[in-house]
Design a protein around this ligand. Structure first.
Ligand code: ADP
Ligand code: SF4
Length: 686
């Protein structure tokens, strides 16, 4: 199939200084939890993006010096780091793409927990987060030294083979941005005060880098033009725009960003696709250099519009490239309907906080390219003669069906409900979660073209029904439900006193049960569900109080970068939050809690309580089949997704995919992934 001519513009080459990108697709730097700890998986993941058509593929942050030693990212301190970075460049070049490196010094944001160096800042201040440490003010010799480290890193990047060297001044995290911001820079020398002084360091870095490597490498700047912190910082109608105007023609291109990381990488619950446009639109008039920007772009029409209207010259994407590394190829090959669109959930960011490999809700192969040999677009051919029944069409069932269908298996999906999608369909009707339906829609679209996969809605299966299908293999993807008995993280045993009539669960809310009056939402789940239920209840006219045994509600959303957005919204809706209290009983109209620290009781009167606690597998069918004599039919039964163990949608998709991909392989007694061990210095294999 050939591509639609209206998308031709996306495949025009773009000259960036001395190099040329073969199209307008630019994989923006993104964390992946692999970095220098898992270099082969990291290189393979980046190579897959190049194979999928991204003309430019970047590293994540690369720390340039030991005074910036963030634990998760890659490093380019010196030549010792070459072996970590070189394979990524090779994989990217193999597919004809340009390899870019984002040179970063995180200043006071890096508490330097590894090397114990004193953090650096334009002006003395506390270090980042809660670390009990401070950063010292850089003097002129420090600034000179920093410029030297940056120049050395650029030269080393060129020596490794990078085509694009980018200076990092974004997210309120890079030293050049700290110098630019009045909030952080209180200096009274010629690097402080007037804007031209605060922008001096960035100007010098651009000049130094061009001088060092500009003959062969494109030199770009990733600049935050509005930190979204209001007056007093960098704003797109103030210092951000003025700094840009001062430096507009200096680098070979600009990568413009907005806000801190939780803004720039906001979830679909809080920001629309392309929300940055109003903040960066001013730049076009001020520069002739290419402009890159992100916006969780997944629609080729939106991309074309950004280019045609002159907002952007290249489509920057981190998450859309994670959800679908082959997005550009799919547009190029005239099959944009095959794009696996990012849902904007930020599961991909969570593991970075734990220094463990990236995962993605939509793309179960993300991070598994090297260690499991999983390719996002290719599946091994079928190896058994199984006829497979999948019970349940949630994310686990649909992904298993899609992947098995690709392998060539005969697959039948039986779904009790009159719509497909399971929890994804139900949850996507909650406030802010509409984009999550893409998990269902992508898979339905894919199986609609497979003659070997059939879906039967309105088909609740009992054990006898299952048996009568004559399938040789049955995958139970029957999901889970929210518990009604108070069992969650805080409580192992069911509550002894439960006034059932007053108790609701998220399933009831999703089923359309209406609450009225004062509703207490108890969050012992700590992820998103309690907060979206609370939002919905307020929209339905209820007064809501949230109580949690945690220090606040939705604590896990710190890892999806949503916790600040969620609290802003909850407080904005007038919701009261009561932390550090565990549920003890629901007695008539009274809900009784006790302080997790002092055991002091707290009693609230309410009309209903929504328990957002634990989930239990819907495994009745599994139990019933186990109780039947299926020996005579040689039927094998497995549980996948939430029916096996309730977790995230990402885990359900992964479970369905893994079942499908590994069917027929004998993996009984081995770890199913290749490990990359760091060997001690004197090990014979080192
Ligand atoms: P997962 O996240 O593991 O995919 P979901 O809860 O999203 O699980 O989906 C489970 C699906 O299974 C739901 O759509 C539900 O209607 C369906 N289901 C549960 N039990 C049966 C059954 N006995 N027969 C057919 N479908 C079932
Ligand atoms: Fe998009 Fe979610 Fe995948 Fe991240 S995890 S790329 S936000 S679908």
């Amino acid at each position: 199939m050939s591509r639609d001519p209206r998308f031709d513009i996306l495949f025009e080459p773009v000259a960036i200084g001395p190099v040329t990108a073969r199209n307008r697709f630019y994989q923006a730097p993104h964390c992946n939890g692999m970095g220098r700890n898992y270099p082969s998986p990291m290189a393979a993941m980046r190579g897959t993006k190049a194979e999928g058509g991204w003309a430019v593929v970047f590293t994540e942050l690369a720390d340039i010096h030991h005074t910036s030693d963030s634990p998760r990212n890659v490093r380019l301190w010196d030549k010792e780091d070459f072996p970590i970075l070189a394979p990524m460049v090779e994989r990217v070049h193999e597919h004809g793409s340009l390899a870019g490196i984002q040179l970063a010094h995180l200043g006071f944001v890096s508490a330097n927990l590894i090397g114990r160096e004193t953090p650096l800042a334009p002006t003395a201040r506390h270090s980042y987060n809660l670390h009990p440490a401070s950063a010292r003010a850089m003097d002129r010799s420090d600034i000179r030294a920093y410029r030297g480290w940056h120049r050395a890193a650029a030269l080393n990047a060129r020596a490794i083979g990078y085509d694009i060297v980018m200076i990092y001044a974004a997210h309120d995290m890079g030293l050049p941005m700290h110098f630019l911001s009045r909030r952080h820079n209180k200096r009274d020398d010629d690097y402080g005060g007037a804007l031209a002084n605060r922008a001096r360091l960035l100007r010098e870095l651009i000049e130094d880098t061009r001088d060092a490597v500009g003959d062969r490498c494109a030199v770009g700047v990733r600049l935050c033009v509005d930190d979204l912190g209001g007056p007093g910082g960098v704003t797109s109608d103030g210092d951000g725009a003025e700094a840009f105007a001062l430096l507009a023609e200096l680098p070979d291109y600009w990568d413009l960003s907005v806000g801190k990381w939780p803004d720039d990488s906001a979830t679909s619950r809080f920001r629309e696709e392309g929300f940055q446009e109003p903040y960066i639109a001013f730049a076009r008039k001020l520069t002739t250099k290419p402009i890159v920007g992100v916006g969780r772009f997944t629609s080729p029409d939106t991309m074309v519009s950004q280019i045609r209207r002159g907002v952007l010259d290249m489509i920057g994407a981190a998450r859309p490239s994670i959800a679908d590394p082959f997005l550009p190829r799919k547009i190029e090959e005239g099959r944009p309907e095959d794009i696996r669109e990012c849902i904007g959930c930020n599961i991909c960011i969570t593991n970075n906080h734990f220094n463990t490999p990236i995962r993605c809700t939509q793309n179960p192969t993300m991070g598994e390219e090297w260690r499991r040999g999983w390719h996002p677009e290719r599946m091994p051919a079928r190896t058994t003669q199984d006829r497979i029944l999948i019970v349940g069409s949630g994310p686990a069932g649909l992904e298993a069906a899609r992947a098995l269908g690709l392998r060539g298996y005969e697959v039948m999906i039986a779904e009790a409900a009159n719509e497909a999608g399971g929890r994804v369909s139900r949850e996507s009707r909650l406030p802010g979660l509409g984009a999550w339906s893409r998990v269902r829609d992508y898979r339905l679209q894919q199986i609609s073209g497979m003659s070997n996969v059939s879906l039967y809605l309105g088909s609740r299966m009992g054990a006898q029904d299952v048996r009568e299908t004559g399938s040789s293999l049955v995958a139970l993807a029957t999901g889970s439900h929210w518990r009604r008995d108070g069992v969650g993280r805080q409580r192992i045993d069911p509550l002894p006193e439960l006034a059932e009539a007053r108790i609701l669960t998220p399933d009831d809310i999703m089923d359309g049960v209406k609450a009225a009056g004062h509703v207490v939402v108890y969050d012992d789940d700590h992820y998103y569900m309690a907060s979206v239920v609370a939002e919905k209840l307020v929209a339905d006219g209820c007064r809501v109080t949230m109580v949690t045994p945690g220090a606040t509600v939705a604590r896990y959303t710190e890892y999806t970068l949503e916790i600040g957005h969620i609290h802003k919204r909850l407080y904005g809706l007038g919701i009261e939050i009561v932390p550090n209290h565990a549920l003890d009983a629901v007695r008539g109209e009274q809900v009784v809690f006790s302080s997790v620290y002092t055991s002091a009781p707290l009693t609230l009167s309410c009309d209903a309580v929504v328990l957002v606690t634990g989930q239990a597998p819907d495994d009745r069918l599994l139990t019933a089949l186990a109780g039947m004599d299926v020996e005579d039919t040689s039927m094998r039964v497995v549980a996948i997704g939430d029916c096996r163990a309730p977790s995230t949608i990402a885990a359900a998709v992964y479970s369905g995919h893994r079942f499908a991909r590994e069917l027929g392989l004998d993996l009984s007694d081995s770890p199913t992934f290749t490990r990359e061990n760091v060997l001690p210095a004197h090990h014979p294999g080192a």
